[in-house]
Design a binder for this molecule. Structure first.
Ligand code: SAM
Length: 278
């Protein structure tokens, strides 16, 4: 994806800061320290979490790379003491020397062709090095399904030139087999469901506006984007409310009326965490 055209907005992304950082810390827990070593964080965002990675690994040098200028613009306060940030695209990134840890949290889902990608990335994992990746696996949730369905309908289809986002994320067992083929002798791969209590079903829209929908937003005029959001909301909310009605089994989850928002809304978000050591 192009950083220039990317509408990544740190304020929107960070609305769910605690929920989004939980998988980062779960992934970080799998990583072993490499005192004095070299670490890279692919798709580091603002760099705030890269600082945690740098501290945990005790590396001499950690570089966070990201293609978004707006995200990197926030990274200055976190740089220093061996931690730096560079604007680069993950697909084009070709370091001269290998890294002891190659880390990526919630970014590789933006790059297609995961077999080739993980092969490429593994090319710069050192002989005894580690690879640690977390990707969302929520493409079958209505918040994702409806986003793509709508993109395929007019007037959006013509405006997007027929573009519908590909979903490159595969199954946990597929990644486990790939890590094995790529020579990781130790590995840990798991699917984890993160349950988020959002204030209401509307919160799901705010959530995906900060991530998935940015890919459609950057390809539309501001007017068409507003129309897309209107139709997205109209299609998604009744579906979420319906689904939460059938799964209610706890008095904490109540629905005010049949057309009103589910409050709170339980957003079950699946993610794949993988770690391997050569
Ligand atoms: C969901 S954010 C995750 C940020 C950070 N890793 C975190 O855990 O908070 C995804 C990041 O990946 C970056 N990104 C997406 N595609 C990229 C690419 N091809 N090359 C570099 N960065 C990319 C985006 O700019 C964004 O900052």
């Amino acid at each position: 994806m192009s950083g220039e055209a990317s509408p990544w907005r740190p304020e929107q992304y960070e609305k769910f800061r605690d929920e989004r950082s939980a998988p980062f810390f779960d992934l970080l827990a799998l990583v072993q320290a490499c005192p004095g070593g070299r670490v890279v964080d692919l798709g580091c965002g603002t760099g705030e979490l890269t600082r945690e990675l740098h501290a945990k690994t005790q590396s001499a040098e950690t570089v966070g790379i990201d293609s978004s200028e707006t995200m990197l613009a926030k990274s200055d306060p976190f740089a220093g003491n061996g931690l730096r940030f560079e604007r680069a695209d993950i697909e084009a990134f070709a370091p001269e020397r290998p890294f002891d840890v190659v880390f990526s949290n919630a970014a590789l889902q933006w790059v297609n062709g995961h077999e080739e990608l993980l092969q490429q990335v593994s090319g710069y994992v050192a002989d005894d090095g580690q690879l640690a990746v977390q990707v969302p696996a929520n493409d079958d949730h209505p918040s994702h399904v409806i986003a793509h369905q709508l993109a395929a309908e007019e007037p959006f289809r013509s405006a997007l030139g027929g573009y519908v986002r590909d979903w490159p994320v595969r199954s946990p067992e597929w990644y486990a087999a790939l890590l094995d083929r790529l020579g990781y002798r130790d590995q840990h791969v798991r699917l984890q469901v993160y349950g988020h209590h959002l204030e209401s079903a509307e919160g799901v829209i705010e959530w995906v506006k900060g991530t998935l929908l940015t890919d459609y937003e950057k390809r539309m005029s501001p007017e068409l984007w507003q129309e897309y959001l209107r139709q997205y909301r109209e299609a998604l909310l009744p579906r979420l409310i319906h689904d939460s009605r059938v799964t209610i089994h706890d008095s904490r989850f109540t629905i005010h009326d049949s057309n009103g928002p589910a409050r709170p809304y339980f957003y079950a978000f699946k993610r794949i965490l993988m770690w391997g050591r050569r």
